[in-house]
Design a protein around this ligand. Structure first.
Ligand SMILES: C[S@@+](CC[C@H](N)C(=O)[O-])C[C@H]1O[C@@H](n2cnc3c(N)ncnc32)[C@H](O)[C@@H]1O
Length: 278
């Protein structure tokens, strides 16, 4: 397991939608409500994936313009094919090199992305570079360390019991900074001060165990990437181990919690949270 990030399969937009997109859409809707951003703003989105947050911004935030970026051509193709709105433009880019001028954006946001960016300090610096002096910087990540994403946590626990080497791939272990304190620390180190950090939670509901298991077999995302990499027999053992661990004959309901962060940079280059002007 040398190339841990190599299992993060960011391809096949429809499969990602089935694994994660349908849940990230629900979190995105709650997030924009919590954020209460200014209307008529110029937005930049980092790691837009298949467009979960993109749609929420367009539907609820009244943006003047939205530049949505992601390094995955497959995800961008999915987003372009499903979102038809003259205010949005999609562009291939990493969070470490955003295709925007200095101080050109009112709001820069990233949904469930920052933990996957290899150089987080450089991504946070880049997000600040493109932000206007009084702009908003905001993002959210899953609460992996708190076991906050029930379906992913259950998968990795079972995977490590069947294959101890899989433990290094567990997102709980890979992303220990995704806590309130951990996020405050990386934000302070990036020069963002007086942050607002709050949990946002949804419920993930699966009709039965087969409905729970299937998204893991579709190869899009870290756990499905691992699942696709193991031999058929090993996958069958993992499936039956996971089914026993969940002890469910009917619907499976698990919480999924994200930590949402917002900060406002003032004209002096400091940052503080700001109330919506609405
Ligand atoms: C869990 S998905 C989130 C996608 C979408 N924002 C959502 O909420 O559903 C993580 C996304 O991060 C993107 N990503 C991976 N590495 C990245 C990087 N270095 N810079 C920006 N985005 C990255 C992936 O392509 C993928 O779309």
């Amino acid at each position: 397991m040398n190339d841990i990030a190599g299992f993060d399969a960011w391809n096949a937009g429809q499969n990602y939608e089935h694994y994660m997109g349908r849940w990230s859409r629900q979190i995105a809707a709650k997030y924009v409500e919590w954020l209460a951003p200014p209307r008529d703003a110029a937005w930049l989105e980092v790691g837009c994936g298949t467009g979960a947050l993109t749609e929420a911004i367009l539907s609820h935030c009244g943006p003047r313009s939205l530049l949505s970026t992601d390094p995955s051509d497959a995800f961008l193709a999915h987003a372009r094919s499903t979102i038809d709105d003259r205010r949005v433009r999609f562009e291939a880019a990493s969070g470490q090199g955003l295709p925007a001028d200095d101080a050109s954006m009112d709001v820069v946001a990233a949904a469930l992305v920052l933990n996957f960016v290899p150089d987080r300090p450089s991504a946070l610096a880049e997000m600040q570079r493109v932000l206007k002096p009084d702009g908003w910087l905001s993002f959210y990540v899953w609460d992996y360390p708190g076991g906050g994403v029930g379906f992913i946590d259950a998968f990795w626990k079972a995977a490590a019991e069947v294959d101890p080497e899989a433990a290094v791939l567990d997102e709980r272990r890979r992303f220990p900074f995704c806590t309130r304190d951990g996020l405050a620390k990386i934000c302070h180190a990036a020069g963002l001060r007086s942050l607002a950090i709050e949990p946002i939670e949804i419920e993930t509901v699966f009709l039965d165990f087969e409905a729970f298991w299937r998204p893991f077999t579709l190869g899009a995302g870290p756990a499905p990437g691992y699942c696709a990499s193991i031999p058929e027999g090993h996958r069958a053992v993992l499936k039956s181990h996971l089914a026993s661990a969940l002890k469910s004959n009917g619907p499976i309901r698990l919480a999924a919690r994200a930590w949402a962060v917002k900060a406002h940079r003032d004209a002096d280059g400091n940052s503080r949270p700001r109330r919506s002007p609405r």
